[in-house]
Design a protein around this ligand. Sequence first.
Ligand code: AMP
Ligand code: ZN
Length: 121
Amino acid sequence: MSSNHDPNCIFCKIAEGKIPSKKVYEDEEVLAFHDIHPWAPVHFLLIPKRHIVSMAHVQDGDAPLLGKIMALVPKLAQQEGCRPYPEGGFRVVTNTGADGGQEVPHLHFHVIGGPRPWLKG
Ligand code: AMP
Ligand code: ZN
């Protein structure tokens, strides 16, 4: 469904397979892949394949998709090596807009974890 993609968006290109990524998970609606500049032992991004610009653009109808993404977080975090709660755990971050520090304007959830120290955070 190419109309769901922005041809100038790097994460749309990753979702379409036009730019390679180190995949963690994929289904028809969702992709997870390693962050290219990880700042912790575990650092991957979860994105909707459909081009949603940011959390500020999320609408009521997106709730099932976002719920699905959130429900994937603990499974994929464990799969990628985050240690069990509560000694382990992970961080979920969604930067939104300029004040929120968002660099890539395609909604993404950072999942960050693993033993400290981390480069950031
Ligand atoms: P944000 O600042 O929240 O928009 O984060 C964007 C993230 O995307 C950064 O952590 C980048 O390292 C990551 N990133 C940018 N380009 C790529 C890429 N081609 N593959 C994987 N991660 C990327
Ligand atoms: Zn996009």
